[in-house]
Design a protein around this ligand. Sequence first.
Ligand code: FES
Length: 579
Amino acid sequence: MAKKKSPEELRSHRWYGVKDLRSFGHRSRTAQMGFTQDDYAGKPVIAIINTWSDINPCHTHFKDRVEEVKRGIWQAGGFPVELPASTLSEPFQKPTAMLFRNMLAMETEELLRAYPADGAVLMGGCDKTTPAMLMGAITMNLPVIFMPGGPMLRGNWNGATLGSGSDTWKYWAELRAGNITEDDWKGVENGIARSPGHCMTMGTASTMTSVAETLGFCLTGASSIPAPDSRHAQMASLTGRRIVDMVWEDLKPSDIITPASFDNAIRVALALSGSTNSIVHIVALARRAGIDLTIDRFDELARTTPVLANLRPAGKYLMEDFYYAGGLPALINQLTDLLDVNQKTITGKTLGENIAGARVFNDDVIRARDNALSESDGIAVLRGNIAPDGAVIKPPAAEPHLLKHTGRALVFENYTDMAARIDDPDLDVDENSVIVLKQAGPQGAPGMPEWGQLPIPQKLLAKGVRDMLRISDARMSGTSYGACVLHVAPESYIGGPFALVQTGDLIELDVPARKLNVLISDAELETRRSQWVAPPPKFERGYGMLYQQHVSQANKGCDFDFLETIPVKQLDSGEPEIH
Ligand code: FES
């Protein structure tokens, strides 16, 4: 290991190493916790940001994992300090964990700034925790490793394999169509999540942990290991060991992330047929790093990136199968000609060196290039008169005949309106209709919830309809599927032209041409605009008000304007003098 730092150059030296009244307090209070100076003096202090909580089922193993991370830190000569942080529990937090992603990003940044951290291990996995902690860590620019929580084991019910989210939507539709019983539904409820770990489909959690690994923030292969696997515990301990060396090497996020590493991450997310949510998060991460990544880059790269991972919701298998098939290193090894494998990672080696020799053990799970699930277009970015700043769709998750479709709009002004009317037997709707939901964006919902897989009306479900064109300014769970156009920007709540669509308008979607338009004249749009009335603010105080006043639109990553590093600023910790 090439040491670039002396103990006196450690950031923590300002707390522990100097001789003044304040440092007396730091040392005496560390003694109060049972440590002697031998435990920490001159050693890297490693903050472990732990998003464990009783209310987060995806992180239940973090109580054990944090001890394993600490073990590794002790073994390598560091001093571990666990710092609990907001858990962002996707299944429980209302109205949506996305509302609080930026709060955890701020918390991560400020924890690292306020305490004597020389480096950090970030423990996350449940959807928003990954981008949130990385956003804060990129801004602080201290040596950092992301320790992914790992996917849970496959679900099981009556011999059927169940996937998080995907099979929830599937069996919910069957229940509403009268094809399964309440007892069946209970069986699905008890069998769909049967171990610690995050969702095991290629949803947002698996996509974002794979993105974190591709960007270079994880030990090689870490993101694919199932949470209960003993190799996950080993990975936690190795993470603890590695971060101590990284502090001495002074290997920081700004040494790792570049426009090329973001291109690599986008390519890998596309090859995984990853969650559309990753677009919002990857853009936010890039903008934290001072890289002005646009959503059009996703579309450009999608045109030449094959989908190789046969994982639900776009494919057949689950993350446990992906791990046994070789995991992310094996997938990346199939793509090397499309990637810049010279990008540096937290291992101290390049991405290419990390994955060299990684093999595929099941070529139905991780497909060969000449047997791809689809040749391209894992994601498509659309534009048109109702989405001038863009909208996205995941073509592999939609029924192909809907990718070029014109239909009559059925508009719901907000979620409450939709919930009240969607199953009305007299609803004027057929399978060619285009279901539209407004006020579901970053400010309008608020928090841009995962409402984008709009429900299919019950009377059409009963007729066997399982997919329809649906459009909203919401996000969609990465575990969902269907012809759902999402992230319409600007959102309806702030007066984007999407707000002006009315029931009965014809809407035209043309994915091959990347177009999304309402077929009315510009003059008619202008008339409607002059009559549009802005809705009242959603919040008058607190975090909600801060959020509403500063959140950016989906195409800019939904970060707070005062947290971004665009326009480019020098990446540093911006630390004020601390006494
Ligand atoms: Fe935590 Fe899906 S609920 S990752």
